[in-house]
Write a protein that binds this ligand. Structure first.
Ligand SMILES: Cc1ncc(COP(=O)(O)O)c(C=O)c1O
Length: 368
């Protein structure tokens, strides 16, 4: 049986549930705020697309003022290029002959930038690009404390840059680092200090490269949870924060991002009322993320998500919410937007209470 396809112009009450909804006015306001904050600091914006995986939304962020986009996977970058996006930072390491061959094809239609943190990733890419008569921009990913990937800052990065820069088929275009380990520091002064220290490691490394005759136009970092600190750090060329356009409970309550509105919600239906203080909705772990932060019920401080199982959400109701009945609808702010969107086929974009757009997540499942 096909899922019910919503008609443009319909209202939320007309939707079947669960459904992934975007408040277009809020999302566009978030985009404008992110662009103007970057512009005010003279910093570029290459927002991460892992939260939406949609070329249509990517075009919107570029129209709003982004200089390009960031992807997590080669497969996502292919989808973005097929959708007409040119400047695509793949913030990841590309390894293996299958991927290198695809990267060559991607370079024919777009202008990607790829991360390198070891010469063994660079050589096969260089050989393949040179053989195809192409040049690919690469940046060195530097470990600024996250301890995920990345060459060590300072002298080891300079040494790698000296190995990579002369390779044919490659243009060394700069460096990046991600301060993802510092997003949840509660005390805002301590958070500012820790991010500043990590980004100083990055910008000092960029300076070291330049002092040694290696140009470093891209010095990229920054996520939604560190955006306001990253954009003000001297020497940063662009930031990758993306999920802030949707916002979620994790950004708001763990990262203390308060500037932007909640644009992304899951519309759910109350399907059970087993006890006065307990209700069951048709949205569980396979509909929205609750692992990163407990989801929140939009506009209802008196309804709490108690737990999620695969396909059920259990709500705890304060006395003021106990009139909730079977068939009522609730809008839920997911724990983490990124891990929520990938479970859905479409975004349903509403404005003024009417369904204005249906955006498929074309990059969903493109994990290779
Ligand atoms: C490399 C990189 N850049 C930026 C981000 C931040 O993305 P967002 O702003 O969507 O949270 C992440 C998050 O995982 C990341 O891995």
């Amino acid at each position: 049986m096909p899922m019910t396809v919503p008609q443009l112009g319909c209202q939320k009450d007309d939707l079947d549930t669960p459904a992934l909804c975007v408040d277009l006015d809020v999302m566009e306001a978030n985009l404008r705020a992110m662009v103007s904050a970057c512009r005010a600091q003279g910093v570029g914006w290459r927002p991460h697309t892992k939260c939406h995986k949609s070329p249509t939304i990517a075009h919107q962020v570029i129209e709003a003022g982004a200089l390009g986009i960031t992807c997590a996977k080669l497969g996502e970058a292919e989808v973005m290029a097929a959708g007409g996006i040119q400047d695509i930072l793949i913030a990841n390491l590309i390894v293996g002959p299958q991927k290198v061959a695809r990267l060559v094809e991607l370079r024919r239609t777009a202008d990607p930038v790829v991360c390198i943190d070891h010469i063994d990733q660079a050589r096969p890419i260089s050989e393949a690009m040179a053989a195809a008569g192409l040049t690919l921009r690469v940046i060195l990913e530097v470990d600024i404390g996250l301890q995920r990937v990345g060459v060590l800052p300072g002298a080891p990065t300079l040494e790698l840059a000296r190995q990579v820069a002369p390779l044919p088929g490659i243009e060394l275009a700069g460096i990046m680092g991600y301060e993802g380990h510092l997003l949840c520091i509660e005390d805002q002064e301590a958070k500012a200090d820790a991010i500043s220290a990590a980004l100083t490691v990055l910008t000092d490394t960029a300076r070291l490269l330049v002092e040694n005759g290696i140009p470093c136009p891209i010095v990229s970092c920054g996520g939604t949870g560190s955006f306001k600190f990253a954009i003000t750090h001297p020497g940063i060329s662009d930031v990758q924060a993306g999920g802030g356009m949707f916002m979620d409970a994790f950004y708001r309550h763990r990262c203390q991002v308060t500037e932007w509105g909640h644009a992304l919600t899951v519309l759910a239906t109350v399907v059970g009322r087993p006890a006065a203080s307990r209700a069951i909705i048709d949205a569980g772990k396979k509909t929205m993320d609750g692992s990163t932060h407990t989801p929140l019920v939009l506009g209802r401080d008196d309804i709490h998500i108690e737990s999620l199982s695969a396909e059920h959400g259990t709500l705890r109701l304060d006395p003021s919410a106990q009139s909730l009945k079977i068939g009522d609808r609730l809008e839920i702010i997911p724990g983490y937007s990124d891990l929520t969107c990938v479970m859905h086929e479409n975004f349903l974009g509403f404005r003024g209470g009417r369904l204005e757009v249906i955006w498929p997540l074309e990059g969903r499942g493109r994990i290779q």
